[in-house]
Design a protein around this ligand. Structure first.
Ligand SMILES: C[S@@+](CC[C@H](N)C(=O)[O-])C[C@H]1O[C@@H](n2cnc3c(N)ncnc32)[C@H](O)[C@@H]1O
Length: 271
């Protein structure tokens, strides 16, 4: 029989890879790319070639983008050297040298000046919520504007609703693990909240938290004002609708909507 200490080393949590679980539970790069291609093609009459994925983390989106054809190039920017190293090993490496050679990973702050230019710059999974001040978000939007090629588009998503400005928890089941989202300590004075993602396993072990940060829940009017101030035209807003029967989702452009417990949108901004 294994000793207690040996047994502890073999919990499912200890064997798990938090970045791999995050990708499985959170990322949906094919859906993101389909949306970006659809909107860009409709607005610009051509397919986008270069994508800059800000806050790229493990750069799954940048990798999937480059897989969509030899014309495609991507740039991923993130502050976290560990996530970028993981990206190289687990996403770019397995994609093969031809695809990896068209992906550039940059270890940098998205607020820093940079020379990269892209047809589409994206900030997805609400990552810019990690910039809590107006000054920071404006500086970021200005930086994005400088990073766009002529006729380029900035695509960001947003989450809101009555639950997004309150404490709430979510649990989703996956093959071999549960994903736990915790949104707590919401402060109505500055709209910040503490967020954490944990993973729970059938043997009772957990990675808790796997990721934790404080973010600011930016509102759509604030984003529209800041985009305007940064020199963007009024963004198009695409609201997520879910088919109650089969669970499929689609994004439709809207000018007004009713508030909900949780809603998701894409914003598409051009200069
Ligand atoms: C919640 S993760 C999202 C990762 C990925 N975009 C996704 O959709 O799954 C946020 C990422 O933003 C990065 N990050 C936070 N602040 C940043 C900054 N100022 N510049 C660059 N990356 C930043 C973190 O290191 C982290 O990898």
């Amino acid at each position: 029989m294994a000793s207690r200490s040996t047994a502890r080393k073999h919990t499912l949590a200890e064997q798990a890879d938090r970045f791999a679980l995050y990708q499985e539970a959170v990322n949906a790069p094919a859906d993101n790319i389909d949306f970006i291609e659809r909107v860009y093609t409709e607005m610009r009459g051509a397919k986008p070639k270069v994508l800059k994925e800000d806050f790229c983390g493990t750069a799954l989106l940048a990798t999937e983008w480059a897989k969509r054809g030899p014309q495609r190039r991507s740039i991923g920017v993130d502050l976290d050297a560990e996530a970028l190293a993981w990206a190289r090993r687990h996403n770019l490496g397995p994609a093969g040298p031809a695809i990896a050679s068209r992906i550039e990973l940059v270890h940098a702050d998205v607020l820093a000046p940079n020379e990269h230019r892209a047809d589409v710059v994206c900030a997805l999974n609400f990552s810019y919520f990690l910039l809590p001040s107006r000054q920071q978000l404006l500086a970021y939007f200005r930086n994005v504007r400088r990073s766009l090629r002529p006729r380029g588009l900035f695509v960001l998503d947003c989450i809101g609703g009555t639950e997004a400005v309150a404490d709430y928890h979510e649990r989703r089941e996956y093959d071999g693990f549960s994903y736990l989202w915790d949104h707590s300590e919401f402060n109505p004075l500055d709209h910040t909240a503490r967020c954490s993602i944990s993973f729970a396993f059938p043997d009772g072990s957990r990675i808790e938290p796997a990721f934790a940060y404080r973010w600011r829940v930016w509102t759509l009017p604030e984003l529209r004002d800041l985009l305007d101030e940064a020199g963007f035209a009024a963004p198009r807003v695409f609201w997520e609708y879910t088919d109650e029967e089969d669970g499929t989702t689609e994004y439709r452009e809207i000018a007004h909507e009713q508030n909900q417990e949780i809603w998701l949108t894409y914003l598409v901004a051009s200069t």
